[in-house]
Ligand binder design. Structure first.
Ligand code: NDP
Ligand code: OXD
Length: 309
């Protein structure tokens, strides 16, 4: 019997309990899944930032902490965490991000806001260019950035991506390094942020880098709030350097009621809903990782604690 502690909050327990049990059974795993295992007898921990669990040191037998979240900034720096940490790479979450990013990119590309605003009896035809005439840049070419890049390139957009390590992806212009970032920003009619929150990525979009964008660029941020220097973005919206921003993630969540983003006419706020971990597909991923752990295979989606993601 393998003891799995579900340390991801009561709300998640309600939606994950059944899919996890089904996935364990499908993987032929004999698991005792509970919200309250003795730390000394716990083999795996399923974790979400909503958990009360902050001290991992009593879990000496635990082979891995399995995050329900893709972004692990809330746990990766925990000094008590000596166990391997796996982040969530869930096909359901990835599909959700593809759909959210594609939808918001098409909103900008097609000028849907202008159409909505001109329901006034004036017949003023203005067709959007084709996607192949629009340049989209994605900062972050990981699981989510790559999936979105491929979808947008498939529609026809000219897609550039930027990552820490150089990539080679068919149909995508791949860049890295400081010079690569400059080039990636210069060609961003629409800029999408899909970087993790780490010390290195904080304020990637700041007063200096914003100026590399073409004037009137659109910004979509489903990555993390820390990627943007908020004052610099507000000022760029005022000058028109950035024409509009769609922001899903913020330094403080929920976004405080008095935050200028709420009332800004050039900002769309969405409440961190770009892509949710989906219980059925995520449970299959967790079961597979436990299966691997039990037969001594390397875990999938291991976090590089040094890099922070
Ligand atoms: P991955 O770890 O797969 O990808 C991260 C990407 O960022 C990689 O391409 C990585 O480069 C790149 N990167 C990291 N640090 C740097 C750096 N200093 N300079 C340049 N590039 C860098 O993560 P995912 O794609 O799975 O997820 C990305 C983020 O999306 C998550 O961390 C989370 O913050 C956010 N997210 C938001 C959700 C929402 O609902 N809003 C839902 C899920 C995730 P390299 O490839 O070289 O390692
Ligand atoms: C995640 C998120 O990181 O929902 O999974 O933001």
């Amino acid at each position: 019997m393998t003891n799995v502690l579900f340390a991801a909050g009561d709300k998640n327990w309600d939606s994950y309990q059944t899919p996890l049990k089904q996935a364990f059974s499908a993987a032929n795993l004999d698991i005792d899944l509970r919200q309250d295992h003795d730390p000394a007898e716990t083999d795996y921990i399923i974790y979400a930032p909503s958990s009360d669990l902050q001290d991992f040191s009593p879990f000496r037998r635990c082979k891995a902490v399995l995050s329900l979240w893709a972004g692990v900034e809330k746990i990766v720096t925990n000094q008590t965490l000596a166990q391997p940490l796996c982040r969530m790479v869930d096909p359901g979450l990835t599909q959700g991000m593809i759909e959210w990013v594609t939808g918001h990119t098409l909103r900008y590309h097609l000028g849907i806001d202008d159409n909505l605003a001109s329901q006034n009896g004036e017949w003023k035809p203005k067709a959007a260019p084709l996607a192949r005439e629009r340049r989209v840049t994605i900062l972050g070419l990981g699981q989510l950035g790559q999936a979105c890049a491929k979808m947008l390139a498939g529609i026809g957009f000219q897609v550039t991506g930027w990552s820490r390590r150089q990539k080679d992806i068919e149909g995508i212009i791949c860049l890295s390094g400081d010079a690569g970032l400059k080039t990636a920003l210069k060609t961003a009619d629409i800029l999408i942020l899909l970087l993790p929150n780490t010390a290195e990525t904080e304020n990637t979009l700041n007063a200096e880098t914003i100026n590399h964008l073409p004037k009137g660029a659109r910004l979509i941020n489903p990555g993390r709030g820390t990627l943007i220097e908020d004052a610099a973005l507000l000022s760029a919206l005022d000058t028109g350097q950035i024409a509009h921003a769609t922001l899903d993630v913020f330094r403080v969540e929920p976004l405080p009621q008095d935050h200028p983003y709420w009332a800004h006419t050039k900002v769309t706020v969405t409440p961190h809903i770009a892509a949710e971990t989906r219980a059925i597909t995520a449970s299959e991923v967790i079961a597979e990782n436990i299966r691997r752990g039990e037969i001594g295979l390397p875990f999938l989606n291991l976090v590089d604690r040094g890099a922070g993601y």
